[in-house]
Design a protein around this ligand. Structure first.
Ligand SMILES: [Zn+2]
Length: 439
């Protein structure tokens, strides 16, 4: 084919490219170019080789020695909780009652939801997060708002309204409403542009058995959708689940009974799981989404990722901020906390492991590893430019850095949104401290 159509929209991004190949380890490419055409990575190569071959009017964003990575992925976050973050409580159930449920009641108002959606996506992007898996409130309006805004911004975003027929006053649906509203949202949004729908029974305690069964039927009827819920987050919650579902040998069995486990299923927390529950998650290919800042903030417990990842029956893992139970919007802070928790439990978890989890592993957990999470031709050009010397203390520390592992450790331990210099969505700069980069 020769050029009869319009010229592709091009941009070249120059810097130190870092990604994490599926076979393990990392891949660092100094002074390379990513050439983006119509939102996808068209070519990568050494800047010296590629620059002379670019069409003459191609803009080149030069990021010097900064690291260019695939955009970060947050596998668990609550859209209606952006104003709940940092609200102190006794524990999970107290926090839900006192802070979270009251805030979520406001999301039935489309104008409020729209205003919150704009902030929510601005903040995700400012933190370098280009894809997220999002819980709405019980109101379909919350998902309409966040997906409408995500579509305008051309984001890859997955979201679902929570189903909760046993929820508190003013935040309840019925089995029929939960199914009808979810099905309508699926029909309207799932697979539109880069958006996807996540069937979202909130957790075992906020749904009747009939609603959990209906969620399972919805997933069976829409196998390309995802399903998300919470599992074994806190001791008090597990006690309450035991009392509510006396027939179940353990918490995981409740979801298993209603057909909620499987490779499209994302289970937030998984802090307190017995061996047989972990084995069942591994067997079904279900994903444990770790939310370590939330577990510490609410005093829920320490997630033993070494046990989950046990080589004999590894559970698929992902990582999420869980804002607003989580105490940071930053995936860097979240991953650093995971490293701390792993160390407390005597497990090694390196900075490279942490960056893998935020990029390629989270993409794989969502079944999207063929389009996001790597720097490869054909992949969607959602990118983040990180500056390991973003603050005086970081620059000072880097004077004594020894290699990439050390740089990544500095980014994890001392970095946050200040280290996010530029964020690209489909190859267009949309956020970051550095939007007017040197050309
Ligand atoms: Zn959550």
């Amino acid at each position: 084919m020769s050029g009869t159509g319009p010229a592709p929209r091009r941009r070249a991004i120059r810097g130190r490219l870092l990604d994490f190949p599926p076979e393990g380890g990392h891949r660092l490419r100094a002074d390379h170019l990513v050439l983006v055409e119509d939102g996808r990575i068209a070519r990568l190569g050494p800047a010296a080789e590629l620059l002379p071959t670019l069409p003459p009017d191609t803009p080149v964003d030069a990021h010097g020695d900064r690291l260019v990575l695939p955009g970060l992925i947050d596998a668990h976050i609550h859209f209606p909780q952006s104003q709940v973050i940092a609200s102190p409580a006794e524990d999970l159930l107290d926090w839900l009652e006192r802070h979270t449920f009251p805030a979520e009641r406001a999301f039935g108002d489309p104008a409020h939801a729209a205003r919150m959606a704009s902030f929510f996506l601005d903040e995700l992007l400012r933190q370098g997060t280009t894809t997220a898996v999002v819980y709405g409130s019980v109101h379909a309006a919350s998902i309409e708002a966040v997906l409408t805004e995500a579509r305008v911004r051309r984001l890859r975003l997955l979201a679902g309204k929570v189903m909760m027929d046993r929820g508190p006053e003013g935040l309840r649906d019925t089995v029929e409403e939960g199914v009808r509203e979810s099905a309508e949202l699926i029909a309207r949004w799932h697979g539109v542009d880069r958006l996807g729908y996540v069937i979202s029974p909130r957790f075992a305690l906020t749904s009747s058995e009939a609603q959990l069964a209906a969620a399972g039927e919805l997933l069976a009827a829409h196998p390309s959708c995802w399903l998300q819920t919470h599992l074994a987050e806190s001791p008090g919650e597990i006690e309450a689940v035991r009392a509510r579902f006396p027939w179940a040998p353990h918490y995981t069995a409740v979801y298993d009974r209603f057909g909620l486990l499987g490779p499209r299923t994302l289970l937030g927390h998984c802090v307190h799981l017995r061996e047989e529950e972990q084995a069942r998650l591994a067997e079904t290919g279900s994903v444990a989404v770790l939310c370590p800042t939330s577990n510490l903030f609410l005093g829920s417990g320490l997630v033993d990722l070494g046990a989950l990842a046990d080589r004999r029956r590894p559970v698929r893992l992902a990582l999420g901020t869980d804002v607003g139970g989580g105490s940071s919007w930053s995936m860097l802070r979240t991953a650093a906390t995971l490293c701390d928790v792993a160390r407390l439990l005597g497990r090694g978890w390196s900075p490279v492991d942490a960056f893998r989890l935020m990029t390629i592993d989270n993409a794989a957990a969502l079944g999207l590893a063929d389009r996001i999470g790597r720097l490869e031709p054909g992949f969607e050009a959602d990118l983040v430019v990180l500056d390991p010397a973003a603050t005086p203390a970081m620059a000072h520390r880097l004077e004594r850095a020894h290699g990439l592992e050390d740089e990544l450790a500095v980014l994890l331990r001392l970095g946050d949104d200040r280290a996010v210099r530029c964020v690209y969505v489909l190859g267009e700069p949309v956020a970051g401290a550095d939007l007017s980069v040197r050309r």
